[in-house]
Design a protein around this ligand. Structure first.
Ligand SMILES: [Zn+2]
Ligand SMILES: [Zn+2]
Ligand SMILES: [Zn+2]
Ligand SMILES: [Zn+2]
Length: 513
């Protein structure tokens, strides 16, 4: 179907309201009967087509694609009333209050069953996949968003164990940006395939997007920017931007640099591309964006009005200490890591072997800053007990955008970050100590004391895990043998936990040394 007849079809569905919307955006008169409004739009469309065909495109002319885009956008809004607004609202709802479980449930309820797909379609089919973000839960067509590993005709893509839609991936990729609105909805960049000699051909996609006066006014404000983003559809690192090889971007004819690496170089597993800001090359009305690339993989890109978050705003997204993890869970991890055994696991054992487990020295230096941790941050899924300084880490990731645990090197998102209730209690108690106090001794039961010359007497005494002072009796200072006597010696020395223990002694918080 050609452009004009497809526009005609859509216009047939429009009410006066939508027709007037389109006329306003095109700068045309809005008076007249319904059919007159339709005719005016169609006349404008064929005029635009004519001027383009004859090379007479005048300055400020939107082009027939521009008109078609306006009609298409209006049509989409009709099909899914409020879907776009809802999606962007739910993506940014954490801005205002990260703990709004009631609202989140409302949002997911409203969006449940909604299809929002890269193809632009909203029809529910049999093979769909749901975004697992609880605030999103949109459905997407499997054939549109999953790429088969091998480019074989008819190959079925494997269903991943975790799936996030491209917009959730985008918002998790960089919490220092939050989406205000999408001015160009995600566009799928189909593989440019390959020629017989194995070289990819250069492919170009041209799109138009509309900025209203309100949008432009919004973009005048310091914390708002117009950002173009791009992602590899089946990226092994899901929460990052990535641009295709030989990407060449132009906005209204102005070249925009998308990556700093050489254009032929692939993005490594630890690399992170950025979303260039195109505020200054955009204008009110219709804008043109043109992206060329030479890459066999499938990408998607889009343009959004994004709002910057300050470091403090991002830090505020990390749950408060009691909301991140229960103290008992943190203590259990420390006992497991230090004691190396699990009393419950061995409760059936009739062995009466007594094991004297040594105390472990834990370094409280942040692996990033090299100084003693002020606020003990960690990623909740990590099994090691090592922490890092929360503020230093978040500040570093404003630039690196890696969100990688400095201890086990796993990749996470800000949403996985918590304050370690066990170590944060200790670092808070140590906050007035000198800089040279960086080590504590930890017993298998989780009690601890500060080490070093400059430690005040009170902190050099054994403290219970909760930070209260142990009663200074001789028997409390000895390891509590009755707690650990059921641990078999072989479990501690040769059993499955040995590797973990050695790993902890070597790694725990000491990499900053
Ligand atoms: Zn689709
Ligand atoms: Zn999603
Ligand atoms: Zn880790
Ligand atoms: Zn104390």
């Amino acid at each position: 179907m050609d452009l004009v007849s497809s526009c005609k079809d859509k216009l047939a569905y429009f009410r006066i309201k939508e027709l007037k919307d389109v006329l306003t955006q095109l700068g045309l008169a809005k008076q007249g009967k319904k059919q007159e409004l339709v005719n005016r739009i169609l006349a404008f469309l064929s005029e635009e087509q004519g001027s383009k065909l004859h090379g007479l495109g005048k300055r400020g002319s939107v082009g027939k694609e521009g008109v078609a885009k306006i009609i298409d956008d209006t049509y989409r809004k009709m099909q899914v009333p409020g879907a776009t607004d809802l999606a962007s609202k739910s993506h940014s709802s954490s801005d205002f209050n990260p703990l709004r479980p009631k609202d989140e449930i409302d949002d997911s309820y409203q969006l449940n069953g909604k299809v929002r797909c890269l193809c632009g379609g909203t029809i529910m089919t049999e093979s769909v996949l749901q975004c697992e973000d609880p605030r999103c839960r949109v459905w997407q067509h499997i054939s549109c968003v999953l790429i088969p590993e091998k480019a074989v005709e008819g190959a079925q893509p494997e269903i991943p164990s975790h799936f996030y839609c491209e917009l959730c991936r985008l918002s998790k990729a960089d919490p220092f940006w939050t989406t205000f609105s999408h001015v160009l909805h995600p566009v799928k960049l189909i593989s440019s395939g390959g020629t017989s000699d194995g070289n990819n051909t250069l492919q170009t996609v041209e799109k138009t997007f509309q900025l209203s006066r309100t949008d432009r006014e919004m973009l005048q404000r310091a914390e708002y920017d117009l950002q173009v983003w791009c992602m590899l559809l089946n990226d092994k690192v899901p929460f990052r931007m990535q641009w295709p090889q030989y990407a060449d971007l132009q906005v209204n004819g102005i070249p925009v640099r998308v990556v700093t690496r050489p254009c032929s170089q692939l993005l490594g597993i630890n690399g992170r591309d950025d979303g260039p800001v195109i505020t200054t090359c955009s204008r009110e009305g219709v804008n043109k964006i043109c992206l060329s690339r030479c890459d066999a993989r499938v990408f998607c890109f889009g343009i959004r009005i994004a709002k910057r978050r300050t470091l403090q705003q991002v830090l505020n997204l990390v749950p408060k200490e009691p909301d991140g993890e229960r103290f008992e869970d943190a203590l259990a991890r420390v006992r497991r890591c230090v004691g190396g055994g699990n009393a419950v696991e061995n409760a059936d054992s009739d062995s009466d072997l007594e094991v004297v487990t040594e105390n472990v020295t834990v370094n409280l230096r942040c692996p990033n800053s090299g100084s003693r941790i002020k606020i003990a941050g960690r990623f909740k899924p990590c099994i090691h007990m090592g922490c890092f300084d929360l503020e230093t880490f978040v500040e570093l990731n404003q630039r690196s955008r890696k969100w990688q645990c400095p201890i086990c090197l796993k990749n996470y998102t800000l949403e996985n970050m918590i304050i370690d209730p066990y170590f944060n209690r200790i670092t808070s108690l140590l906050q007035n100590c000198g800089e040279d106090v960086n080590e504590i001794e930890v017993k298998p039961d989780g009690s601890w004391r500060a080490k070093g010359e400059g430690v005040i007497w009170e902190l050099s005494q054994w403290h219970l895990p909760d930070g209260s002072l142990c009663t200074p009796k001789e028997e409390d200072i000895k390891p509590r043998l009755e707690d650990i006597k059921q641990i078999k010696q072989e479990d501690t020395l040769e059993g499955p936990h040995t590797g973990l223990r050695i790993g902890i002694k070597r790694n725990a918080m000491e990499s900053g040394k």
